[in-house]
Design a protein around this ligand. Structure first.
Ligand code: SF4
Length: 212
């Protein structure tokens, strides 16, 4: 693995072979320490020619066990919200800013508790995301929550300020149109879950309209 000062997935990212090669290579990534405790790499999945790419934070407990992104409760809620916004989940490509599950737990028999990745870990994992964006070439990128937002748009990103708007930014050397919103797990944690869900759907409708 890279030295502590140089966490990066860069040497593990193949330059050819498309998404299948990326997914295969990511399974052996040792670009930062997060691979040590997680079950497996959880790479992006979905339509390789998707018009919409959704980017979350990192895999959750169930995603880590199953090896697929957004298969847990937050993923089910996201699918429902996408459909309600007029976007077909089956047509999208879904991935995370960080490809390994980061967690903590009080003792080995306790439930694994999600822990947010650090900026350094997100930066280390960014070459995978850059490669996915370059291959899928989505027309719209839906940014789910603060970690994904900071990974793509820098540390000054505040989801509450820009959610539900279409941003035009250069991301990893490519012009992208991005629509930020909250992470679906934040909806599940909200005191007023219905209002939070409505907000997520409203933001996703902005993405649907931006597709034309
Ligand atoms: S989190 Fe990303 S950079 Fe770190 S080991 Fe996993 S795939 Fe590699």
């Amino acid at each position: 693995m890279a030295s502590e000062d140089a966490y990066t997935a860069e040497p593990f990212v193949p330059s050819r072979g498309g998404l299948p090669a990326l997914r295969k290579a990511a399974a052996d990534c040792r670009g930062c320490p997060l691979h040590r405790d997680a079950t497996q790499t959880v790479f992006g999945t979905g339509n390789p020619h998707a018009r919409v790419m959704l980017i979350g934070e990192q895999p959750g407990d169930q995603e880590d066990r199953q090896g697929e992104p957004f298969v847990g409760p937050a993923g089910k809620l996201l699918d429902r919200a996408l459909e309600e916004a007029g976007l077909n989940p089956a047509d999208a490509y879904v991935t995370n800013a960080v490809k390994h599950f980061k967690f903590t737990r009080a003792d080995p028999h306790k439930r694994r508790i999600h822990k947010s990745p650090t900026r350094r870990e997100a930066t280390a994992c960014a070459p995978w995301l850059a490669a996915e964006l370059a291959l899928v070439e989505p027309e719209i990128v839906v940014v789910l929550g603060a970690t994904a937002g900071k990974a793509l748009l820098g540390s000054s990103f505040r989801v509450t300020r820009v959610r539900g708007t279409v941003l035009e930014e250069e991301i990893h050397g490519r012009p992208e149109r991005l629509v930020p919103t909250v992470h679906p797990s934040a909806v599940l944690r909200a005191d007023d879950r219905e209002a939070a869900y409505r907000g997520l759907v409203a933001d996703l409708k902005v993405a649907a309209q931006a597709l034309g």
